[in-house]
Design a protein around this ligand. Sequence first.
Ligand SMILES: O=P(O)(O)OC[C@@H](O)[C@@H](O)c1c[nH]c2ccccc12
Length: 261
Amino acid sequence: MTSETELAPAVASILEAARERAGDVDAQLAVDAQSLPDAIAGAEADGRVPVIAEVKPTSPTADGTRDDDPVELAQAMVDGGATAISVLTEPSHFGGSPAALTRVREAVDVPVLRKDFVVREDQLDVVEADLLLLIVRFVDDLEALITATRERGFQPLVEVHDRAELETALEAGADIIGVNNRDLGRLEVDLETFESVAPHVPDDVTVIAESGISSPADVQRMREAGADALLVGSAIMDHAGGDSDVTENTQQLVDAGATDT
Ligand SMILES: O=P(O)(O)OC[C@@H](O)[C@@H](O)c1c[nH]c2ccccc12
């Protein structure tokens, strides 16, 4: 695991809060998960770019907060053609909650990703979801946590930021990998991150481009670099835009492949 001195102050404080957050030790969850690879194949089959749209009320890098109902946001994203929904459950820096995820998962029929900073096994049992994010940089024993995640029925989405982390993820058995274009040290986004890591991902692994995708041109760029799907929060939530149309924002990105196919 990384030294905290290399992390942006906001990220160090997120991680500290995550370590202190209690998990639910009463019961080990047994989730009946919807397959993300199947949902991606379904989108491809009808000409939609596979977009995982993120319900992210705010973030350390956002220009504001949207306090719309998470269920309405998620439904608007699905109406715009989203292949899956990501819901932040981190409460102290992203305005998320496990309850919001539960409500969203009941309301939509696409796979739902739990987006949080899970660092221990007991934290897996807080809330059901189809996919669960594990961030290589923050997890001590990745293989054990991947196993624990799968034991409960979740599909682990394993996040990396460089080639060394990709190797760690592959060695631990990850089969869905997200490459985060945002550097957790400086919080800066660089789409070249995905372009440099993606060519080293084996073909049988699903690879997702995460963060900083804000236009149809960015979508095309990530698809050309090999992205099976894209994870997009800010450009869809449009925090500064206040009440901008989430369905339209999603659709613009979902349709970005139309001319190529
Ligand atoms: O809002 P963006 O730039 O479209 O990014 C979405 C998503 O990739 C980002 O929220 C994210 C990627 N990895 C994370 C880990 C924790 C919290 C958030 C994230």
